[in-house]
Design a protein around this ligand. Sequence first.
Ligand code: AQP
Length: 339
Amino acid sequence: MTAVNDNKPRVLSGIQPSGNLTIGNYLGALKQWVEVQHDYDCFYCVVDLHAITMPQDPVELRQRTRESAAMYIAAGIDPEISTIFVQSHVPAHSELAWMLTCMAPLGWLHRMTQFKDRTAKQTQESIGAGLLNYPSLMAADILLYHADLVPVGDDQNQHLEFTRDLAQRFNHLYGDTFTLPSVMNPQAGARIMGLDNPTAKMSKSEASENHAIFLLDELPRARKKIMRAVTDSQREIRFSDEPERAGVNNLLTIYQAISGESNAAIEAHFADKGYGDLKRAAADCVLSTLEPLQARYYELMNEAGYLDSVLRLGREKASAIADETLKLAQERMGFLAPS
Ligand code: AQP
């Protein structure tokens, strides 16, 4: 069932304010969000409830939540067109997440690779149950808005499959309630790898110095990180899925995601060039993205009250849809409506 108050199909996506946003978050998610916003009815949330599945400092979490919202706008999300809101401002997310958690088989949750990766080095005593239930909350985020499409990096594809499976289970048990969403990955940049370790995904919460380009990195610093990126001892510059060529492939992917050029054109361009040229070209691309984005970001952070008004309006628009879906799901599940 698709919500009927807008003829455009709907999009929902979010980013955790669990650290400073990276070029991976931008190329995997934000850039697509901007591109689809004129063709879809878009809802973009700062998913603070997801962030607390790992320990967060309260002061930093609050601050990063605002900063992330400002970054969405700085990256090109137009609050006049898209709805920007904070996940915890709409309590329906937590309420539906609980209902879905109760229906989510443990086997499905334990199969999630993100859960396995994040808990690999932890003891049972130190793993919060929220980390296991993360996909049920993500399913609630998406299903509350009857989202047709979810633009994300490819690390989230398994969670999208889980969302579809859970929605189908609910619809089968209680009647047609939720829309089954489709995933949307960017053609280039669906998985940007760490610059210091190109076999691991670039992550905002990874601590090592040369791992990630942050969207707010000073430009010379961002350039330096790319110039120091791990490559290999070969010379040929071409796209490759061989693990030992992952560093060069990652730089080519970053270059491609920003320039929009084809594989063949890029390989021809670098045919008689060296790794230093590739790094300089990738750095130029990244800096051409960061510079205007940072200028807009700092402007926004200085506009007193503007961000709050965007988030207030976003909350109202999101709540109106989410509350209605929650009510329907509660009714279908057999909850007594308050009189
Ligand atoms: N390296 C990446 N390449 C492409 N896309 C990426 N995304 C994240 N990293 C990359 C996409 O960004 C969106 C928001 O991700 P998230 O913050 O909700 O969670 P995440 O995938 O766990 O991102 P991080 O940066 O790795 O966060 P931490 O370090 O806190 O776990 C998603 O669409 C994601 O695919």
